[in-house]
Ligand binder design. Structure first.
Ligand SMILES: *Cc1c(COP(=O)(O)O)cnc(C)c1O
Ligand SMILES: [Zn+2]
Length: 427
């Protein structure tokens, strides 16, 4: 498999595994320049939707031709990823303030987050190259996903998890799958730096989002949305941004769909960050202020030294994929916005009580869409899909903090009651 630097374009091989170019840019997979027959692929993708127990029943591998065509099927570690629900809710549409809203529940993936879409591709690729030790730095969901696929594949996973501001549920899930779980003093960003410096010598295959195969796998999220909507996408796709891998993958997926003629029109992409961890939003906003809507000659990115947000999956101060994410915004005339933890928790309460449910980071998408409508960046007559990235049971502490504490700012608090088991209690 070959890759090209996403900055300078120099091509290289992915065997042995590499993640970045000598210029500092991240690598991206390049597919052989065959002329794919789009109508034929559409037909194949459609037929595969009725597959049951084969590789192609997966919502990632259904699109194998566009993700990793050379990867031998028997090397693929698959757990029927994707195939997640897309839901509509009148109350959420009204809350967002748009004409039409769907929520794509990547939270329904086997380990409970969208990370599975990319991880199945990364672990399969590493196995093909002959690696037997896989590693990541993670605020939680990457580690649970890696630990799950490594267990399925019978290989070792080593996960580096910061010793604070992570969700116990995610860490325990990782432990239960049998990862070599290492907590350390520092942040996600310190962990990723360590892996970038040491993985090669240690013989570790890195499964963070700097891994270009993760990005290829995550493209399937937008493929699936597009296919479900009969290849007609809404005006906006809104998603939360932490390390910005999902924003990067979305752009690449959209570019494929557009350049291959699957879709006739590109939607706009909005990346939502949490206020306490919003270096990407701040950069994009400053570009907009200086009138540079598009790629300015000189971009300055300032990482956030002490990221702080209740949405632990977004608690990232130095997102490795920011340049790729910026390309997504340029491609789609997209935008960014930041939302407070309180706005995130309110949106989450609405999503939970609609019966769909998600973890805090995912709710940032809806909170951000609502804010963009109020700011006039999204028109109320437009339509949107919000990507819900993680499952509501990933962070049960967030639920008890919101509903079981007597906090006046929790306007949508649900309460429990203690009863005697008598008829009158339920009248
Ligand atoms: C990883 C993650 C994010 C952030 O995605 P990036 O690709 O890091 O920007 C958001 N929500 C959840 C639940 C996640 O697990
Ligand atoms: Zn380069």
């Amino acid at each position: 498999m070959r890759a090209a630097c996403s900055e300078c374009g120099i091509q290289t091989s992915l065997s042995p595994m590499q993640y970045s170019c000598s210029c500092g840019g991240l690598l991206q997979v390049i597919h052989a320049a065959s002329e794919p027959d789009t109508d034929k692929l559409k037909r194949i993708f459609h037929e595969r939707r009725s597959e049951r127990n084969t590789l192609y029943a997966s919502g990632v591998w259904r699109y194998k031709e566009l993700i990793a065509p050379d990867l031998p099927d028997h090397m693929i570690v698959c757990k029927n990823e994707g195939n997640t629900g897309m839901y509509q809710s009148e109350s959420l549409t009204e809350y967002a303030g748009v004409r039409g809203l769907s929520l794509k529940a990547q939270s329904e993936n086997p380990s409970g987050s969208f990370k599975d879409n990319g991880m199945t591709a990364a672990v399969s690729h590493g196995r093909w190259l002959g690696y037997d030790r896989f590693a990541c730095s993670s605020t939680g969901n990457t580690s649970s996903s890696l630990a799950m696929y490594a267990a399925l594949a019978g290989v070792k996973s080593i996960v580096l998890v910061p010793d604070r501001d992570v969700s116990a549920g995610k860490v325990l899930q990782t432990l239960a799958y049998g990862a070599d779980l290492c907590t350390f003093r520092g942040t996600y960003d310190d962990g990723i730096r360590f892996l970038q410096e040491n993985a090669e010598e240690l013989g570790l295959y890195v499964c963070n989002s700097i891994n270009p195969l993760r990005i290829e796998g995550q493209k399937s999220i937008i493929y699936e949305i597009a296919q479900e909507l009969d290849w007609k996408l809404p005006d906006w796709i809104v998603l939360p941004g932490g390390a910005l891998s999902n924003a990067a993958a979305l752009g690449r997926g959209l570019q494929d769909l557009f350049s291959l003629g699957f879709i006739e029109r590109l939607p706009q992409v909005a990346v939502v960050q949490a206020e306490g961890a919003s270096p990407f939003h701040r950069m994009v906003a400053s570009m907009r202020c200086s009138g540079n809507n598009g790629l300015p000659p000189c971009i300055e990115f300032h990482s956030e030294q002490q990221p702080q947000t209740r949405a632990s999956a977004l608690n990232i101060g130095n997102p490795p994929s920011w340049r790729k994410a910026l390309r997504t915004l340029t491609l789609t005339q997209g935008t960014t916005v930041s939302v407070s933890d309180q706005e995130i928790m309110e949106a989450k309460a609405y999503i939970d009580r609609s019966g769909i449910g998600c973890e805090p980071a995912s709710a940032a998408a809806l909170a951000g869409l609502r804010k963009l409508v109020r700011q006039g960046d999204v028109h109320p007559e437009q339509t949107a899909v919000c990507i819900l990235t993680g499952n509501m049971l990933k962070d049960t502490d967030a639920i008890s903090e919101y509903h079981l504490r007597n906090d006046p700012s929790s306007a949508l608090r649900n309460t429990m009651r203690q009863v005697d088991l008598i008829y009158e209690a339920f009248q």
